[in-house]
Design a binder for this molecule. Structure first.
Ligand code: GAP
Length: 442
């Protein structure tokens, strides 16, 4: 992880937020390559979940919502962690922190930070939602929350979307957006942060059909992660036990990815059968009906919901961990670091290099880069030895490197080097767009 964090900073993937001020706790900024990588990931999700289907509609609901939403959803009363404070060193811990010796509040309880006994407070419930104020008056009537999940924006818009699109149950609503949680134990780079992005889809089904759709979405979502190139051996399902189930869930499975090291297998996505909990709660709290009218059968019902909820940042970390490798190169003393990203999400699709800076090679390489740039993100590089230029692209996951050499200016062909196999093929310069386009599709 340390090597990855260092690469991410050095090559412009991910920086610590407000670094020049000493950083903001567990908040990260995406640099030029990171923003492309995460954008590609989100696009892949949007294409699979919305564009490629006729039964899912897109939505972009606001982050700030009516405060009653969070009472209805259960977040005001239930989205809490038990916390204890040390009166001596003023540090704060989760009450179930295994480093705490004894029972917090009791005289023998020992602070894991300063080691004092009897200074830990009893556990108090701490809500993980960020609060702010709407309007000029900062009183309790003006309190609003930064959403801790995007899902609620979908539930409150259920009828707006259904009626405006004339979708029939079963159908889904999908959205990508920021969520905020004042996590007590954030960390592990972008794994658990206080500001993050979710890609969520709520699928509305007839009661009784919910487990069938739950199984369907479990399989679909695992397939999507496989399609990203995440290694089969690093993926698994984890079924929630009765104790683990969230207050809204009737059944839940996590898609877990093996991050290695001390993290090991961890959740990257949750698939939940939420029953009619959310729509019923919003009907009760708002006093407005959120029922579906089943015209052919002339009856109304509150649909059940199957949710798929995946973190864009956590999946970004998964593809980075999955792709990172260091390897020896035959015949060369220096090894290479490679980010084996799936070509469809790689931030740069092709590096374009003139072998040397003379004999018309830079001019031809510039022409190729300019022509490709309007279709694909490409990077022109003419500095340093060709081997070093290849290494620089390997390290950021660029799947193809195009080199213009002596044969190119006379014969019109260039070499295309594959990042993973290191094989080079001669390709007609005029065919490059089609050649790379074809490779990106597979
Ligand atoms: N609407 C259901 C929901 O929010 P969740 O399991 O709390 O379920 C879903 O979150 C996904 O969001 C997780 O699988 C994870 O990928 C991502 N996620 C949750 N909290 C996160 C955090 N603090 N930092 C980064 N990603 C987070």
């Amino acid at each position: 992880m340390e090597k990855l964090v260092s690469l991410c900073k050095r090559r412009g993937f991910i920086f610590q937020s407000s670094e020049i001020y000493g950083g903001t706790g567990s908040v990260w900024d995406y640099g030029p390559l990171g923003v492309e990588l995460k954008k590609n990931l989100k696009e892949r999700w949007w294409n699979a979940m919305v564009r490629a289907r006729t039964d899912i509609e897109g939505l972009d609901a606001a982050i700030l919502m009516h405060p009653r939403v969070w009472e209805a959803s259960g977040h005001v009363s239930g989205f809490v962690d038990p916390l204890v404070d040390c009166r001596n060193c003023k540090k704060r811990f989760r009450a179930d922190d295994p480093k705490i010796k004894g029972t917090p509040g009791a005289p023998d309880a020992q602070c894991p930070a300063c080691g004092m006994k009897g200074t830990l407070s009893e556990a108090r419930q701490f809500n993980l939602m960020f609060k702010t104020f709407m309007g000029p008056v900062e009183d309790s009537a003006a309190v609003v929350y930064l959403r801790p999940e995007t899902a609620q924006g979908i539930y409150v818009n259920f009828l707006n979307v259904q009626q405006s699109t004339r979708q029939k149950v079963p159908f889904g609503i999908a959205q990508i957006g920021k969520a905020f949680r004042n996590e007590i134990t954030p960390g592990n780079f972008i794994f658990r942060t206080r500001e993050f992005e979710q890609m969520e889809m709520q699928f509305f089904v007839e009661p009784g059909e919910d487990m069938k759709w739950f199984e369907y979405w479990k399989a679909q979502r695992m397939e999507w992660h496989r399609g990203l190139g995440l290694a089969e051996s690093r993926l698994q399902f984890h079924e929630h036990t009765r104790d683990e189930l969230a207050h809204y869930a009737r059944a839940a499975f996590d898609v877990q990815f093996d991050f290695g090291g001390t993290l090991g297998f961890q959740e990257i996505e949750g698939v939940h059968n939420r029953g009619d909990f959310d729509l019923t709660q919003h009907q009760t709290f708002s006093g407005k009906k959120l029922e579906y009218f089943d015209q052919p059968n002339n009856r109304r019902f509150t649909p059940f919901v199957v949710e798929t909820s995946v973190g864009a940042d956590r999946t970004t970390l998964a593809v980075l961990v999955n792709g990172y490798r260091e390897e020896a190169v035959e015949g060369e003393s220096e090894g290479r670091t490679v980010l084996g990203l799936h070509p469809s999400i790689a931030p740069i699709k092709a590096g374009v290099f003139p072998l040397v800076k003379k004999d018309g090679m830079p001019e031809m390489a510039h022409r190729i880069a300019d022509e490709l740039r309007s279709h694909l993100p490409v990077f022109y590089d003419d500095s340093g030895a060709i081997g070093r230029r290849y290494r620089r692209q390997d390290e950021v996951g660029t799947p193809f490197c195009i080199t213009v050499d002596g044969e190119s200016t006379s014969g019109g062909t260039v070499t295309v080097r594959d990042r993973d196999s290191l094989k080079q093929e001669r390709v007609d310069a005029g065919q490059l767009r089609a050649y790379i386009g074809e490779k990106l599709r597979t």
